[in-house]
Write a protein that binds this ligand. Structure first.
Ligand code: C2O
Length: 560
């Protein structure tokens, strides 16, 4: 092309920025094995492009993202873009056997989606087996060009990924557990950007630690992601308050806190103002568990290091992680979250309800003649007493091509029998098995109350809904009361997110608009509970208009 012509094009682009606003971004994810050493032991792990944590995917609101995933490992693979709404593009969502058949060894698949109406931090992760342990990374969605953040622009932005590390192979960990019928081993360390820091271990050589270099007077936006498999985490920094500005890629009313709590699958953006003059300050990530369930008690550490501080001489200002059962610390954070609800970013809470659903979430015990360690039974998990059975062909394909016999649409909108959910468990703890979906008409407004049960033990369950953001309108301890509790719902500025903790021995109420046709997974984001069956799917019908229908599948959609 001639130079003058190029100049004209640039001129046009400047005059009509909307025309060139959205960009197509190409990424290539090679799924490969790589030896990695942590806690003085080396093991091969599955990675994207040989990196742990994986590469950050950058995009702007309105961009189209094409990620070619090539599977070079022995496992089947699929990648989920956690929190990306995938409007009409369920084929690119990623959960194996829900929206696609997995990418088999030697095969590839191009995930093709457009980011609409979202900006902030999300994460991508493997959505099959326990590969998420090492196959995960950040998604950074910048606002449209020229659109500022609704808070002062930080001087710098930093991705902070929290995760768990096992010395042994994570696939072996879950396979052994499934054979025994009992819970899998907890992890051996937590990590901050891949490093455990000052973890106590039987290992004498120093552990790697993530270091954040800061300068006095500057501000840093930390894009914090919990990519751990099974644990909710507290996160804090010695001597500093954090200003929370966004969760799950939605802006919140800014508030200051010294501790955040973050469940697997959740993301939290905070502003750290470097208001100390010098020194080294400890960053701590430690488990939150307010039920009698085993967790990895190790605290991962990192360091905030002020410029001008001598590395050798300075002592580190320590911080104490909250005790693991610090429910009030967690509640203090969760109850402070409110949608920004500004003119530019209104909270579009459904004010009327077309479908009112009540789902119990929790554990159960089913017979397992081969489970020796479990005395002939196994721990399972369920929603409304249904333990979800994974199909062998993807639900979305079965739906689109009208294949019979893959799933049924009789997922119950209420528990099959009422009991004192958070009191003494019923005598029979057995669940039923099924591949059931709950069908919703296009654009239905849905209220869903998620009720924890005390079966085996009450426990906090971070539930993630694919394909939608929802508003967290209410939360409480004990059993949900359908007469009294709705009166206390926040329908003005509830936080909007994609993953929410059902409190231990309590409930949460969420509302969403079913404006995305397709099949959408909902599950506990504690991987052990997903494995045990704490999962189901919504099937949202097409709308009447052409732009309200699920698009046809791409040509390279993997086959089962
Ligand atoms: Cu982040 Cu279905 O998962």
């Amino acid at each position: 092309m001639e130079a003058s012509c190029v100049r004209v094009l640039i001129l046009v682009a400047c005059l009509f920025p909307v025309l060139v606003e959205s960009t197509v971004r190409h990424y290539k994810f090679n799924v490969v094995m790589r030896n990695t050493t942590r806690l003085c032991s080396t093991k091969p792990i599955v990675t994207v492009n040989g990196r742990f944590p994986g590469p950050t995917l950058y995009a702007r609101e309105d961009d189209t993202v094409l990620v070619k995933v090539v599977n070079h490992v022995k496992y089947n693979v699929s990648i989920h873009w956690h929190g990306v709404r995938q409007l009409r593009t369920g084929w690119a969502d990623g959960p194996a056997y829900i929206t696609q058949c997995p990418i088999q060894p030697g095969q590839s698949y191009v995930y093709n989606f457009t980011i609409t109406g979202q900006r902030g931090t999300l994460l991508w992760h493997a959505h099959i087996l326990w590969l998420r342990a090492t196959v995960h990374g950040a998604i950074v969605i910048l606002p449209k060009r020229g659109v500022p953040y609704p808070f002062p622009k930080p001087n710098k932005e930093v991705v902070v990924i929290l995760a768990e590390w096992w010395k042994s192979d994570t696939e072996a960990v879950i396979n052994e557990a499934l054979k025994s019928g009992l819970a899998p081993n907890v992890s051996d360390a937590h990590t901050i950007n891949g490093q455990p820091g000052l973890v106590s271990s039987n290992c004498s050589s120093p552990q790697g630690e993530f270091k954040l270099n800061v300068e006095n007077g500057k501000s840093y936006m930390l894009r914090i992601i919990n990519a751990a498999l099974n644990e909710e985490l507290f996160f804090k920094i010695a001597g500093h308050k954090l200003t929370v500005v966004e969760v799950d890629a939605t802006y919140v009313k800014p508030f200051k806190t010294d501790t955040i709590v973050i469940a697997p699958g959740q993301t939290t953006n905070v502003i750290l103002t470097a208001d100390q003059s010098s020194g080294k300050y400890m960053v701590a990530a430690s488990p939150f568990m307010d039920a009698p369930i085993a967790v990895d008690n190790n605290t991962a550490t990192a360091t905030v290091h002020y410029a001008g501080t001598l590395a050798s001489s300075a002592t580190t200002f320590a911080t104490h992680a909250p005790p693991k059962n610090a429910t009030p610390v967690a509640n203090n954070f969760i109850d402070s979250l409110r949608s920004l609800n500004s003119k530019k970013y209104p909270a579009k809470v459904p004010l009327t309800v077309d479908r009112s659903l009540f789902f119990t979430v929790g554990l159960g015990i089913n017979p397992c003649p081969t489970c020796k360690a479990g005395n002939g039974s196994r721990v399972v998990a369920s929603i409304n007493n249904v333990t979800f059975v994974m199909p062998t062909t993807a639900l979305l394909q079965a739906h689109f091509f009208k294949t019979k016999g893959v799933f049924t649409t009789d997922f119950p909108g209420n528990p099959p029998s009422a009991f004192n959910y958070t009191g003494t468990p019923p005598a029979n703890l057995q669940t039923s098995n099924g591949t059931k979906v709950y069908r919703l008409p296009y654009n239905a407004t849905v209220q869903l109350v998620l009720q924890d049960t005390g079966i085996i033990s009450p426990e906090n369950h971070p539930l993630h809904l694919h394909g939608f953001n929802f508003f967290a309108v209410g939360k409480g301890v004990g059993n949900y009361n359908p007469k009294k509790d709705p009166k206390k719902f926040n329908l003005v500025d509830p936080v909007e997110r994609n993953t929410i903790s059902v409190p231990s021995g309590g409930w949460v109420a969420i509302r969403f608009l079913a404006d995305n046709p397709g099949v959408w997974f909902m599950h506990c984001h504690l991987e052990v509970h997903t494995t045990w069956g704490l999962k189901m799917a919504f099937l949202v019908d097409n709308g009447k208009n052409p732009n309200e229908s699920l698009l046809p599948p791409p040509k390279d959609l993997p086959k089962c």
